[in-house]
Design a protein around this ligand. Sequence first.
Ligand code: ADP
Ligand code: MG
Length: 445
Amino acid sequence: MTDFEILWGDVLSVVKSSTNEAIFQSFFSVVHPLLYKDNKFIIKVDSPLVADWIKQKYFSVIEKSLSKSLKTNVQLVIQCEGIQENILAPITKISKKKKKIHVTNLNSNFLFNNFIVGNSNQMAHAASYASGQNPGHAYNPLFIYGGVGLGKTHLMQAIGHAVIAKNKDLNVLYISSEKFLNQYIDALQTKSISKFREYYRSNVDILLVDDIQFLSKKERTQEEFFHTFNALHNEGKQIVMTSDKSPHELKGIESRLVNRFEWGMVVDIQSPDFETRVAIIHKKLEQYGQKFDEDICFYLANKVRNDVRKIEGAIIKLLGYASIQNEPVNLEMAKECLKDYVSSHTVTLDLIQKSVGEFFDLRITDLKSSRRPKSISYPRQLAMYLCRNMTNSSLTEIAQSFGGKDHTTVLYACRKIESQKSEDEIIRQQLLTLEKNIIGSVKMM
Ligand code: ADP
Ligand code: MG
């Protein structure tokens, strides 16, 4: 071990003693010490969320610990890949050389191999596959639209994976249009529009923009996106977009953009038919290393029809239920467990708040408060999201249980976490851990 690593190890033990194990594991696994030079200690953080978090909660603990060990005033610098680094850190010259961006924000499960093709998504799959094989040439732009949970994000990210698998030097950027909007607003506020433009226009080879309908009525962001689109398209860079509606059904989007959306290929995804649903259930079970009898798969496929995300939810719920009962899954159990879909009688709002509070070392009163620091608002949003997904409670009931808030606050939190989840592995992991903890504590009751 080098002195540098020993030094960082010391810092970690100080941080560890000031927080709980779960937080520590979850956050600090993506933090890497990079360099110590001119009294600056640079760490690299692989997640914007964690970078933010460290900045808010651990910055001074880390700086103090370093200063103490090195017996001098040390300045901590956080480097985070992507655009955030310019906002976060007092360092970082933007290198003129093209750099690797955001490859890691693709969900590793969203591969063509894991995607079941049926009548409902055949065209969308074929067009996506062709774009992945021949980016910038086959269909550009590719516009995929359809209802919630039907595999749009999955297909879009599969294109990204396929492109990287063929040429790892290409920069694939997956971004939700909400994030694009936020980055644009940040850039306006910090007067760094030219950096924002450079980032998108000279660094990106494949641009994947999810849920473009979100740009509706955001005129300035649309204008910015229009220019980004043109710049990339002119250079033959592949652009893929998803939306809940077809281009011409989109309201509040400028016609010149709608027109661009229709330049290449527009494909839709419909709800899967019964056979496709059964095949999806098989595939998911295979991924989880599980097997159900065929009657259970048929029951599930009949019970949950439209939304593939709900099919996954039902499988996970059933597996959790079986583990609580300590028995293999059978049809009766499936019927009981999915009777009202979510076991509201076992998982309660209180229980979720308690688990989230424990995980983040927060008091329940903080979670229920209206305090805004991210160290509180983010766990609160996660808790709201889990309440929505793990219980049958209505938005209003959930809002009430968080200190009498408005139901739109819960809705906003759920949308935000849903969109962040598709981009940030850390958030996915934290949700998984929290779900596990919650199910675990039901088991103990
Ligand atoms: P959307 O973006 O359309 O709302 P997602 O792409 O996020 O939906 O899909 C929701 C979930 O369903 C994901 O976990 C995805 O892997 C899964 N899924 C959707 N369609 C399929 C399919 N045809 N085969 C396998 N999994 C699918
Ligand atoms: Mg999506």
